[in-house]
Design a protein around this ligand. Structure first.
Ligand code: ADP
Ligand code: MG
Length: 151
């Protein structure tokens, strides 16, 4: 398993890193985002969107759970926080197995629906402006993506 870790010192830096990651992604990629409220999951997602060529503003989908954007491929942004106490299946597999890139905030709440091959991202609050971002690749494809980010 390949891991990659870095520390950012501003929201902009988090977005820039996520943008670089977004440029390396391929159709069907699934990314999970974990971290406390305010850690920077949505901020990270905004950067991913940029790297995927999304021009629309990306906002938190807390109340809609799934938002779809058009970039160089479809981009699905999920926030499944509200599903904490339910095991509702909103047709996740259709997204995970589709031609787009999917990012899931609070992914552990839908653990049973997640594909095995994914890039697990964890964001940890260090202080007001500092965050530690950890990536964990569980497939060769994502290992290569991580290697590319380290270059
Ligand atoms: P989450 O989706 O995890 O609840 P958000 O992305 O909505 O978190 O909020 C993160 C907040 O933290 C934003 O207000 C953002 O400006 C702020 N912030 C400060 N420093 C950073 C950093 N280094 N990376 C990401 N966000 C940061
Ligand atoms: Mg969020």
């Amino acid at each position: 398993m390949t891991t990659f870790e870095l520390q950012t010192t501003s929201p902009e830096e988090t977005m820039e890193f996520a943008e670089r990651l977004g440029r390396e992604l391929s159709p069907g990629d699934v990314l999970t985002l974990e971290g406390d409220l305010g850690a920077g999951k949505t901020t990270f997602t905004k950067g991913l969107g940029r790297g995927l060529g999304v021009t629309r503003t990306i906002n938190s989908p807390t109340f809609t759970i799934i938002k779809q954007y058009k970039g160089r491929m479809p981009f699905y942004h999920m926030d499944v926080y509200r599903l904490e106490d339910s095991d509702e299946d909103l047709g996740f597999e259709e997204f995970f197995e589709g031609e787009g890139v999917t990012v899931v905030e609070w992914a552990h709440f839908i653990e049973e629906y997640l594909p095995e091959q994914r890039l697990a991202i964890q964001i940890k609050y260090v202080d007001d402006e500092k965050r530690t971002i950890m990536l964990e690749a569980s497939s060769q494809h994502f290992e290569e993506v991580c290697k590319e980010l380290g270059r």
